[in-house]
Design a protein around this ligand. Structure first.
Ligand SMILES: [Zn+2]
Ligand SMILES: [Zn+2]
Length: 416
């Protein structure tokens, strides 16, 4: 088996891995680096037999249309991943138009991409050329998968993005895995540990309730897929005694995810929580900024979406809250706000007087979880990708006796 890394080497974004066995070649994920404008793509790959897609986040699916356009490549994924990928790819075209960026594919190519999906299930092996493939639940977002690929000589497990703890929305990743020879593991939190989840939940609820009793809105910035639903379920568990709204792409993502209840930890919880939620439409926003209400909205790192409109209206209000619900990547408006107290986006530069708080409701395994995962599988070889510190992670694993490597541009092709 020949393994070739095409992206997400020493960083997050533009995931892509090519595997070859004889005349058969398949690609694991083919995403974009969304924090760059224009977005970056993985290295090119010739005529793959299939894309095995781990989940619908753009850093994994964003460049799929390129391969579909060129080679009409089929895409293997779960049903909910298909619907969410459609939503996110359509949005990526919309956003690029707003930013005046030309993407190498258009709406038509996105429609073709969606038509090329081949639906698979968790735990059900299937054949692609010389390979046998099995998807296991990754616990990261609905439909997310760890992909196990077997050839006649060897095998590998690609974790995609995974979570090893239960969240309100999802069960943790599959633990009953086959004997893995080669492991390709994400490294997002290799150098960071998550805070205690229960305490984060309590603090979040307290912040919202205090803001509302001060008669002001609490704006909760969240990623559309996974995070917005997680926040909603946290609020529901603690009891919702205030007006609750949802805005931006989170609305459509929530509607899709609620259609696939079978993937949720408690299938009915989201439906029940939604009874407390009003979707924001049309002119409602203008009124909402004057109300004591909680609004869950996109985007999670303040890079666009309705959250920008809310900040523009509320930045001077000391009693209003702006709540961030995850890690803020360097260079994003969310990170800059935390570091400088200013909201800088397009032509805006505002000194934010609102209460700004950041919480960690990550959907990735933390540092301890990553090490435990490797130890439990005890593979012959480990490849560390999808993180800003993959080399340090590989080095630490080597010190623990593993044959670990962080693929980089000058060292990215391996024989298994
Ligand atoms: Zn992801
Ligand atoms: Zn990712």
């Amino acid at each position: 088996m020949k393994l070739e890394f095409l992206g997400a080497m020493g960083s997050v974004g533009a995931s892509g891995i090519s595997i070859e066995d004889g005349s058969d070649k398949i690609v694991l994920d083919y995403g974009t680096k969304v924090r760059e404008v224009p977005p970056k793509f993985p290295l090119p790959v010739e005529r793959p037999k299939a894309i095995l897609l781990s989940h619908s986040h753009l850093d994994h699916c964003g460049a799929n249309p390129l391969l579909v356009k060129k080679y009409s490549t089929p895409i293997y994924a779960l049903d909910v991943t298909k619907d969410l990928t459609e939503l996110l790819l359509e949005d990526s075209i919309k956003v690029s138009k707003e930013e005046g960026v030309e993407l190498p594919f258009n709406e038509f190519d996105v429609r073709q991409t969606i038509k090329n999906f081949v639906l698979v299930d968790y735990n059900k092996p299937f054949k692609v050329g010389n390979f046998q493939v099995t998807y296991f639940d990754a616990g990261h977002i609905p439909g997310s998968a760890m992909i196990f690929v077997e050839s006649k000589d060897t095998n590998l497990l690609y974790t995609g993005d995974f979570n090893d703890i239960n969240t309100r929305l999802l069960e943790k990743c599959e633990e009953d895995l086959p004997k893995v020879k080669n492991l390709i593991i994400e490294s997002t939190y290799a150098q960071r540990e998550h805070p205690d989840r229960k305490r984060e939940e309590k603090e979040l609820v307290k912040t919202i309730e205090e803001t509302i009793s001060d008669n002001h809105p609490a704006i909760v910035a969240a990623f559309a897929v996974g995070r917005a639903q997680e926040i909603l379920l946290i609020l529901a568990k603690h009891g919702i005694s205030y007006p609750l709204f949802m805005d931006g792409m989170a609305k459509k993502a929530t509607t899709i995810i609620n259609r696939y209840k079978k993937y949720l930890r408690e299938p009915e919880d989201l439906e029940n929580a939604l009874k407390f939620v009003t979707y924001v439409k049309g002119r409602m926003r203008r009124k909402l900024v004057k109300e004591a209400a909680c609004i869950i909205t996109t985007s999670g790192m303040l890079t666009g979406g309705p959250v920008v409109k809310y900040i523009e209206k509320l930045y001077k209000k000391e009693k209003a809250s702006l709540i961030l619900t995850g890690w803020q990547i360097e260079g994003t408006p969310g990170r800059i706000l935390l570091e400088t107290g200013r909201f800088i986006h397009e032509n805006l530069d505002l000194e934010v007087k609102m209460r700004v708080k950041r919480f960690d409701f990550s959907a990735h395994a933390g540092r301890k979880g990553l090490f435990e995962f490797v130890k439990k599988l005890n593979p012959e070889k480990v490849f560390c990708v999808h993180g800003d510190h993959t080399e340090e992670f590989a080095e630490e694993l080597r010190r623990e006796g593993f044959d670990a490597v962080a693929p980089l541009a000058n060292n990215r092709i391996f024989k298994l």
